[in-house]
Write a protein that binds this ligand. Structure first.
Ligand SMILES: NC(=O)c1ccc[n+]([C@@H]2O[C@H](COP(=O)([O-])OP(=O)(O)OC[C@H]3O[C@@H](n4cnc5c(N)ncnc54)[C@H](O)[C@@H]3O)[C@@H](O)[C@H]2O)c1
Length: 264
């Protein structure tokens, strides 16, 4: 079992939501944290707030779609804390819309999802994770660090209508732990660097709370436990995945029993 005390976590999307909650819990357990986010002001405010828990926190403005930013983030973590033990590439966005919109009366096409709307989500949720993980793992290997890459998939990975961009990116998150675990195994480092993904249902963060109240109400009607998942519940799972070295190469759902129907 790994211990969090003195371990270094690199968290993207760390200025709010699930990333911020991980930072809070990591610091409470005696760990060290680098939070990264594209929103400079929110990042600084979060770093100040987190310093009330522990001074072992630092931040760096990062756009995860930029190769040089991700390289700088990984180097910064090593420079500040000398190691990377946990990589949590949580930066993510939604950009919902039907791929093809049709008129209810005529049945004819009235609109299409733009390439920009599709690509933006893929750039952040998929390419951004690839770059963050690639750069951090390079540093982990070269500095002989032990730990976990913990990706965030989603129930959207099973196919949610109106989310062809988001669902595709989150399905990719569900396969990455298998790919990376196999690659680490081939290179005899799978006992040192593990990769897992958590796949939450609807979590009560700004990403979900910004959805129209009526829509949230309808979503909750479909959740057996009758409510949104708390960010703390997701992070409790993430911390267990870090500690428990038998957990590798898998995606673990945490969705309160939600199942998607045939209309996604
Ligand atoms: N909230 C949910 O219901 C839910 C469910 C399943 C999975 N997830 C996933 O969990 C992760 C965190 O979601 P959240 O709910 O905390 O969302 P959130 O919107 O609260 O936080 C996401 C953070 O990512 C940052 N970000 C966006 N683009 C960025 C970029 N290019 N570079 C760096 N940072 C960027 C944002 O500034 C924001 O702080 C996401 O990957 C999301 O897809 C969320």
């Amino acid at each position: 079992m790994l211990t969090i005390k003195e371990s270094v976590a690199v968290i993207t999307g760390g200025s709010g939501g699930i990333g911020k909650t991980l930072a809070e819990y990591w610091l409470k357990e005696g760990g060290k944290v680098v939070i990264a986010d594209i929103q400079q002001e929110a990042l600084q405010a979060t770093a100040m707030e987190l310093r009330e828990i522990s001074d072992q926190v630092t931040s760096i403005v990062t756009d995860v779609t930029k190769e040089e930013d991700c390289a700088a983030l990984a180097h910064y973590a090593i420079e500040k804390f000398g190691a990377i033990n946990m990589v949590a590439p949580f930066a993510g966005i939604t950009g919902d819309g039907l791929m093809i919109k049709t008129d209810r009366q005529t049945g004819k096409v009235t609109g299409k999802m733009s390439l920009e709307q599709f690509q933006r989500v893929i750039d952040i949720n998929l390419t951004g994770v690839f770059l963050t993980v690639r750069e951090c793992v390079e540093q982990m290997i070269n500095h002989d660090c032990k730990g976990l890459i913990c990706l965030v998939s989603s129930t959207g990975s099973l196919g949610t209508a109106g989310q062809i961009n988001y669902s595709s990116s989150k399905a990719a998150m569900a396969v990455m732990p298998k790919v990376l675990t196999a690659e680490f195994f081939r290179r005899n480092i799978a006992d040192k660097i593990r990769c897992m993904a958590v796949a939450p249902g609807y979590v009560g963060t700004p990403m979900v709370k910004n959805i129209d109240e009526k829509v949230i109400g309808k979503i909750i009607e479909q959740v057996p436990i009758g409510r949104l998942i708390d960010p703390e519940e997701v992070i409790s799972l993430v911390l267990e995945l870090y500690r428990n070295e038998a957990m590798a190469g898998e995606t673990v759902f945490i969705h309160g029993g939600l199942r998607l129907g045939s209309k996604g």
